[in-house]
Design a protein around this ligand. Structure first.
Ligand code: PLP
Length: 478
């Protein structure tokens, strides 16, 4: 494809994308296709001779769209949001054009340097302590990971390297294998599955601790577990504090967990994957009181801050534990400026990395802090609006406190009734929700996901929820 054709194709595609997104609420949110739907729609082999781009574009509507779940439809309320904005899409085009692999500073200095500064901008927007920021001149700094799962794993591996070094000094008779075999990490039983996975991938024990009746992990629970493990000869070394759990958006008590971690020398990692975006609004920062006690902090601008996937922001007070733990230094990756700027390959698991800071830069500049705050406030407001509708109908109950853009609710009655209910809602295909279960109570989660969502859209979703409830309750359909 030559530049002239690229310009025509690109312009047509931009038109298609804008019209797809602006009219997205007209589409059925969940597709009706069956597994295997796609193969018969395209040839068995790649074409010998090039197709025309116009034909490819036409096939998007015929082949792809019938099998798309429309995550940016205001009728999509499942999981948590994934971000989507025009500035981020345009930045990804530029990133695709530059197409550098910024594993070291010299591999593309702008790629590293913009990331360092953007992570400082973002850290200041959240009100993170200076110790986490590169501009402080200390050790701290930020990095863009692909996902929150990677951030948790990377933090755990840094903590493991630190605990190994410390224990070797304190107990020189112990071998590395003995030390690692005795390490133990902690998280709430309601932390994301990626936390348990980080323990498995990192080859360490991960204890799931019971949160309190409000689904928050408490300091005394952590301290009791640490004391038990110390008595058993184990080495507590790492804890994850979730701010905004996946099931119900509960906030572990960071103000209590932080001091316990500091007292017993545990690395404290904060997983604020979804809710972290809300800290751009000062009025929500009370939920991260005690953040100064943490060693690492992570949230996903690609969830709720209008930066398209993938952009998971992670800050570390002392990245040297990662840099030293993962330092493999072949000649072909060395450069003369080594040590004067971060070489982000040491801060992550893969070697290769895209120019992701561009989309952060474009989004922060083209929205401005004010509009990002307005976006968060509007979505939380819409969640409270939905909550008020549910509370007015005494067939329903709200099961968790609504703090962010997630409402957890259920029909009063059995789990079986609610299981049949959500199946019916999703089967009708107008809106899409996913359920969760805490302490054996099955409930429905309605997340405000699309940036296009307006009050009228919530009315449509509520009407659908009520009508399906009428069907199932009046006709005994469960
Ligand atoms: N942590 C929490 C609290 C989450 O809610 C999620 C996903 O929703 C994750 C971690 C995993 O995020 P990622 O897909 O970026 O790994």
């Amino acid at each position: 494809m030559e530049a002239n054709q690229f310009k025509d194709f690109g312009k047509e595609m931009i038109d298609y994308v804008a019209s797809y997104l602006e009219n997205i609420r007209e589409r059925r949110v969940l597709p009706t296709v069956e597994p295997g739907y796609l193969r018969p729609l395209i040839p068995e082999n790649a074409p010998e001779k090039p197709d025309k781009w116009q034909d490819v574009l036409q096939d998007v509507e015929k082949v792809i769209m019938p099998g798309v779940t429309h995550w940016h439809s205001p009728r999509f309320h499942a999981y948590f949001p994934t971000a989507n904005s025009y500035p981020a899409i345009v930045a990804d085009i530029l990133s695709g054009a530059i197409a550098c692999i910024g594993f070291t500073w010299i591999a593309s200095p702008a790629c590293t340097e913009l990331e360092v500064v953007m992570m400082d901008w973002l850290g200041q927007m959240l009100g993170l302590p200076e110790e986490f920021l590169a501009r402080s001149g200390g050790r701290g700094g930020g990095v863009i990971q692909g996902t929150a799962s990677e951030a948790t794993l990377v933090a755990l591996l840094g903590a493991k390297a630190k605990a190994l070094a410390r224990t070797k000094k304190e107990k020189p008779h112990m071998s590395d294998a003995e030390i690692v075999g005795n390490l133990v990490a902690y998280a709430s039983a309601q932390s994301h599955s990626s936390v348990e996975r980080a323990g498995l991938l990192g080859g360490v024990r991960m204890r799931a601790l019971e949160p309190d009746e409000n689904n928050k992990l408490r300091g005394d629970t952590l301290e009791k577990a640490i004391k038990e493990d110390l008595e058993a000869g184990l080495i507590p070394f790492f804890a994850v504090n979730t701010l905004g759990t996946t099931s119900s958006c509960a906030f572990d008590r960071l103000d209590e967990l932080g001091p316990v971690c500091n007292e017993y020398n545990l690395w404290l990692h904060i997983d604020a994957a979804y809710a972290g975006s809300a800290f751009v609004c000062p009025e929500y920062r009370y939920l991260m009181a005690g953040v100064e006690k943490a060693d690492s902090f992570n949230f996903n601008p690609h969830k709720w801050l209008l930066v398209n996937f993938d952009c998971s922001a992670m800050w570390l007070k002392d990245p040297s534990w990662l840099v030293n733990a993962f330092n493999v230094d072949p000649l072909y990756l060395k450069h003369e400026q080594q040590g004067s700027a971060p070489d982000y390959r040491h801060w992550q698991i893969p070697l290769g990395r895209r120019f992701r800071a561009l989309k952060l830069w474009f989004v922060l500049r083209l929205y401005g802090v004010e509009n990002l705050q307005a976006h968060i406030r509007k979505q939380i407001g819409l969640a409270h609006y939905f909550e008020s509708l549910v509370r007015c109908d005494d067939r329903f109950e709200i099961t968790e406190e609504v703090l962010m853009g997630l409402v957890c609710f259920r029909l009063k009655g059995t789990n079986e009734l609610n299981e049949a209910y959500i199946k019916r809602i999703n089967g009708r295909g107008l809106i899409h929700l996913v359920p969760s279960k805490i302490r054996d109570v099955f409930f429905l989660r309605l997340a405000i996901c699309s940036r296009f969502t307006e009050k009228g859209d919530i009315d449509v979703s509520w009407k659908e929820i009520k009508e399906t409830a009428n069907e199932i309750l009046n006709n005994n359909l469960c």
